[in-house]
Design a binder for this molecule. Structure first.
Ligand SMILES: Cc1cc2nc3c(=O)[nH]c(=O)nc-3n(C[C@H](O)[C@H](O)[C@H](O)COP(=O)(O)OP(=O)(O)OC[C@H]3O[C@@H](n4cnc5c(N)ncnc54)[C@H](O)[C@@H]3O)c2cc1C
Length: 433
């Protein structure tokens, strides 16, 4: 029987309105679309995933504290009530700026009047042999799920070998920025939990969580005080930290350092840096900016373009002489909002305005009840207070009331009963996929 369409309102014909195509439904792309919702433009968000990912909590998915669905939200649901915002689930292959069309991976084209590049960034392997094949990045929900499977499978393997020949497991995290710090702390807690709570027969002295960085301190964008605090707390949690170490090769089960050491590993987690380079940036022409980012003017339009804009991690947004905004969620949201306002100004024949970043500070968690937060004018909040600030902010920005509620309930539950996380291996035992 055909479905009744009685209650479905007819979609209005908006084809006469200027078409704004946004590539990417991350923090930046969503902010652009929100700024254009219910305005006199037609918007299409094109994303390779049908959901928005809350990346700051991916490490909690990877270390079995949150479920994937708790940090993702369908893009269509965000704009369900905005008749002028549509979503296309597709991967974009390139841009033909001379013809004002984008090419989708399925061979189709989509025409635009304004194009917004909001494609974010991905892991940068700096050409280190084997890194892109064997190291595990943490940049998408699929990465987080895969890493969780790998970690849990390695622990199961160690348990199975316990009686005959006890195994040693080395987990190496490359990069001491916020992602490396958060992941290593959470991983160390996961290992202690499976031993204490799940009865895995693993000798804790054979489990190593090693965080390596070429830099001389952790969390380099933070003040020294925050770095020392993070170092002290992570060491207290059993994470080994080695500075000044550079990786020269990653193999399937080993990592090699510049000093010649070759270490057998259960997993190498890659948190060493990001790049925005790739097919879309390349098809735009022009010299790429720092980290492969697209160079934009202060109004966020591409250099020498009237109708192509870039926001968030994909954009090299000027913040002073030779300086650029950091690749952070608040920058993506603020550039997204600004970009939407400028597109409307152009459509109204008004001059555009320059973007200025309002620094909201940065923060990182260390374990489950500690965090460091650096406020815009310098003061550092650390410990439990910092963690409360981190908690409040992340809940506030998490998309969707249901997700907020579920995450808040989970965090509260685990505050009192930490070991209750979803330690489920949803994978083929051989491939971990
Ligand atoms: C693990 C991790 C932890 C982080 N923690 C923090 C934090 O604590 N605080 C903070 O401020 N920032 C944090 N960040 C950085 C923050 O997530 C980014 O700055 C922010 O996501 C950038 O937003 P964006 O919209 O530019 O890109 P993204 O949010 O990455 O979104 C890009 C979107 O583009 C889509 N896309 C890409 N290429 C294509 C294509 N070819 N075709 C179709 N779609 C495409 C992707 O699917 C994605 O949905 C973290 C990042 C990671 C990875």
């Amino acid at each position: 029987m055909a479905m009744s369409t009685d209650s479905v309102p007819a979609l209005p014909d908006l084809s006469h309105l200027p078409h704004v195509v946004i590539i990417g439904g991350g923090f930046g792309g969503i902010a652009v679309a929100k700024g254009l919702a219910k305005k006199d433009v037609r918007v299409t968000i094109v994303d390779q995933h049908n959901f928005h990912t809350f990346s700051p909590l991916l490490y909690q998915v990877a270390t079995a504290q949150l479920e994937p669905a708790e940090v993702a939200y369908p893009i269509r649901t965000i704009f369900g009530k905005s008749m002028n915002v549509n979503v296309r689930h597709a991967k974009v292959r390139g841009v033909d700026h001379a013809r004002n069309v984008i090419h989708l991976e399925n061979g189709k084209e989509m025409a635009y009047d304004h194009l917004v590049i909001a494609t974010g960034a991905s892991a940068s392997y700096f050409g280190i042999p084997g890194a892109s094949t064997y190291a595990m990045p943490l940049y998408s929900l699929a990465d987080a799920r895969k890493l969780r499977n790998r970690l849990l499978l390695a622990l199961e393997e160690a348990d199975a070998a316990a009686e005959e020949s006890p195994m040693s497991l080395n987990f190496v995290i490359v990069g001491g920025g916020p992602t490396g710090v958060e992941t290593s702390g959470a991983l160390s807690e996961l290992i202690r939990t499976v031993i204490r709570r799940d009865g895995l027969r693993i000798d804790p002295s054979r489990m190593r969580v090693l965080l390596v960085d070429m830099a001389p301190r952790l969390l380099t964008p933070f003040p020294e005080k925050a770095s020392s605090y993070a170092l002290k707390e992570l060491e207290h949690m059993g994470v080994e930290i080695e500075f000044g170490r550079s990786v020269v090769e990653v193999e399937e089960h080993a990592i090699r350092f510049a000093d010649g050491e070759r270490l057998q590993v259960a997993a190498v987690i890659w948190a060493a840096g990001v790049t925005a380079g790739g097919s879309i940036a390349d098809s735009l022409g022009g010299a790429p900016g720092p980290g492969g980012r697209v160079r934009v003017n202060t109004d966020l339009r591409l250099l020498e373009s009237e109708n192509i804009w870039a926001v968030g991690d994909a954009a090299a947004v000027p913040s002073g002489e030779g300086m650029f905004c950091p690749q952070l969620a608040p920058v993506a949201m603020q550039t997204g909002r600004h970009c939407a306002a400028q597109i409307l100004r152009v459509e109204n024949n008004e001059p555009t305005k320059p973007f200025t970043y309002k620094n909201k500070g940065i923060m990182a968690t260390i374990g489950r009840h500690r965090a460091v937060a650096t406020l815009p004018r310098g003061p550092v909040i650390s410990g439990f207070l910092g963690w409360l600030a981190w908690l409040g902010l992340h809940l506030w920005y998490l998309v969707g009331f249901r997700n907020r509620l579920r995450v808040m309930m989970n965090w509260t539950w685990r505050y009192f009963d930490w070991p209750s996380g979803p330690r489920i291996i949803v994978a083929d035992a051989e491939t971990a996929d």
